[in-house]
Design a protein around this ligand. Structure first.
Ligand SMILES: Cc1cc2nc3c(=O)[nH]c(=O)nc-3n(C[C@H](O)[C@H](O)[C@H](O)COP(=O)(O)OP(=O)(O)OC[C@H]3O[C@@H](n4cnc5c(N)ncnc54)[C@H](O)[C@@H]3O)c2cc1C
Length: 523
């Protein structure tokens, strides 16, 4: 494992110490300006100068902002490396979004659970799928490291008390409370199934109603405490304190109505989540996500950690990315229908992962389109996620109600039916089990616009980091002592979001690496 910041292929060679120092100093100001010129919340996150801090109230080795997966993973690892670790959580409840989540972690390469349940997998298959599904935005080096470290991450979770049941579920969305392994992404979808051997990689502690995150975070937080990490609630991190060379000295926090300054000898990990609840940042960086409801994230996702990193000169990546999950399934029967755009043309394989469907509709179809089903594959009753747009005894009647171009929907369905009746989908390669001709009236259209349908959304953009979690500045250099993990950073998740478990997996993996790097850093 590399302990030095690795320049990426796009990163220029390191500068001389003096030039580097000057740049870091300048960039801190530039970061402030960039953020401050457009965001009211950024003024409060401006970095402080070490020389302006009269005295430290406290000292530790690794200071961690946020008690979600990124923060707790860093705390555990810091303790395992013999470092003092202090986690600061703004709210009175620990765990952030991670504790609210399904707790799915994307793991593969032949984990003991995959093997025990009879599934073959390899690091290469996992990597090829992740690279292909991430498209042009693939964080290649991070994907490579993550896949190579996936077995070790599984062992690490188990060593820290996470328990997985030896039960597989074949459902596309896990509702089986006793199962711990399922296909949590688009591995079996075209074209990925031909590019990489599919394997189920969704690892989740058994839990009812998709509440595995609560159990995951309960166990990991207990492990962090047992190892000696200090974890404090109701402490709000406000600002970074920087040395004159731009390196990180500590944090200013607000605790019980008093401002305190805590020195971090080895570094600070920003693990405060994304910015889905910051209206200004959403409007500025990710206006499409701003159209979606519900905003899926803990109340702490205000972007403060990202703004603090920017104020220290950190650059950001993929700020417009996020997930727009449009969960048409379960029931999987509705996937036999067709998803059409506002012209009445089919635009996606309906069996795609629901993050991919949401992305297609929101970004590529401008949020306009419908799910068309017949009586055989309709929802069994009223569903909270989608609303009926139109219902009719004939397809042409339905098309008229939807104001579609004359004859288009009829043509779309006729073409689909002619192949579906033979178990084929030449247009998008939908799997045979989700193919059936749409013949039985009434035909129903469900509105897939973000104004009407359930589009769970969260941001993915954040601080650019090395594979060791170090925050990178505008010149491609790591800022000494500054780390980011989880949704504060731009990590594995990119848009379209192609598998559950990437965010928890990313936070856990790179939170650990940040702590390892900090522990070995020369100070
Ligand atoms: C319902 C739901 C289900 C999901 N299911 C999954 C899933 O199964 N698998 C998956 O991979 N992803 C899932 N996600 C997404 C995933 O939960 C998050 O992306 C991930 O947990 C983010 O981790 P984090 O450590 O970055 O942030 P969090 O876990 O949110 O932790 C950040 C913490 O920082 C704290 N904080 C913020 N500001 C401050 C401050 N100024 N001072 C101190 N503390 C601060 C917050 O209060 C919060 O506790 C789900 C999300 C939701 C909402």
């Amino acid at each position: 494992m590399s302990l030095e910041s690795k320049p990426t292929p796009d990163t220029p060679a390191p500068l001389s110490a003096e030039v580097g120092k000057r740049r870091r100093f300048l960039q801190a100001g530039a970061g402030l300006l960039a953020a401050g010129s457009s965001l009211s919340s950024s003024a409060a996150t401006a970095a402080l100068r070490r020389q302006d801090i009269k005295q430290w109230d406290e000292e530790t080795d690794l200071l961690i902002m946020g008690s979600g997966i990124g923060g707790i993973a860093a705390a555990i690892e810091a303790r395992r490396q013999g470092q003092r670790a202090l986690v600061l959580e703004k709210f009175h409840v620990l765990g952030g979004s991670s504790a609210l989540s399904g707790g799915v972690c994307y793991l593969g390469g032949g984990t003991p659970l995959q093997k025990a349940l009879g599934f073959e997998d390899s690091v290469e298959a996992m990597r090829d799928f992740m690279l292909a599904a991430s498209g042009l935005h693939a964080p290649k080096e991070k994907i490579a490291q993550y896949c190579e470290g996936s077995l070790a991450l599984f062992d690490w979770l188990v060593d820290n008390g996470v328990r997985y049941a030896q039960q597989f579920s074949a459902e596309k969305e896990l509702s089986h409370k006793a199962a711990s392994l399922y296909y949590c992404g688009g591995e079996k979808n075209a074209p990925f199934r031909t590019l990489a051997r599919p394997a189920p990689r969704g690892h989740v502690p058994p839990a009812e109603n998709q509440t595995g995150g609560r159990e995951l975070m309960r166990v990991l937080t207990a492990s962090a405490r047992q190892l000696g990490a200090q974890i404090r609630t109701e402490v709000e991190v406000r600002q970074l304190v920087l040395e004159s060379d731009g390196s990180v000295a500590g944090l200013r926090v607000s605790q019980a109505g008093r401002l305190r300054h805590i020195r971090a000898r080895r570094g600070v990990v920003l693990a405060a989540g994304g910015f889905i609840h910051n209206d200004e940042m959403l409007a500025l960086f990710a206006p499409e996500l701003n159209r979606c409801r519900p905003r899926w994230g803990h109340a702490g996702h205000q972007g403060i950690g990202i703004l603090m990193g920017m104020a220290a000169g950190g650059r950001t990546l993929r700020m417009d990315h996020g997930f727009a999950v449009l969960p048409l399934y379960p029931p999987e029967s509705v996937l036999k229908g067709v998803v059409v755009n506002e012209k009445g043309q089919r635009c996606i394989a309906e069996d795609s992962y629901y993050g991919v469907i949401g992305h297609e509709m929101l970004y590529r179809q401008a949020g306009r389109g419908s799910l068309i089903v017949d009586a055989d594959c309709d929802y069994p009753g009223t569903d909270y996620r989608v609303v009926v747009q139109a219902r009719d005894a004939s397809l042409s009647g339905l098309a008229r109600q939807l104001n579609l171009p004359e004859g288009m929907l009829e043509q779309t369905v006729a073409y689909y039916n002619s192949h579906a009746s033979h178990g084929r989908d030449p247009l998008f390669g939908k799997q045979a089990e989700y193919l059936a001709p749409l013949l039985k009236p009434p035909f129903t259209a469900y509105d897939l616009s973000p104004e009407k349908a359930f589009y769970a959304t969260q941001t993915f953009g954040g601080l650019d980091t090395t594979v060791d979690g170090e925050v990178i500045n505008a010149w491609g250099e790591a800022i000494p002592g500054l780390y980011a993990a989880g949704r504060c950073s731009a990590g594995l998740p990119v848009a379209p979001y192609y598998a559950s478990g990437l965010s928890i997996g990313d936070g856990c993996f790179f939170g650990r690496r940040a702590a390892t790097h900090a522990a070995r850093r020369k100070v």
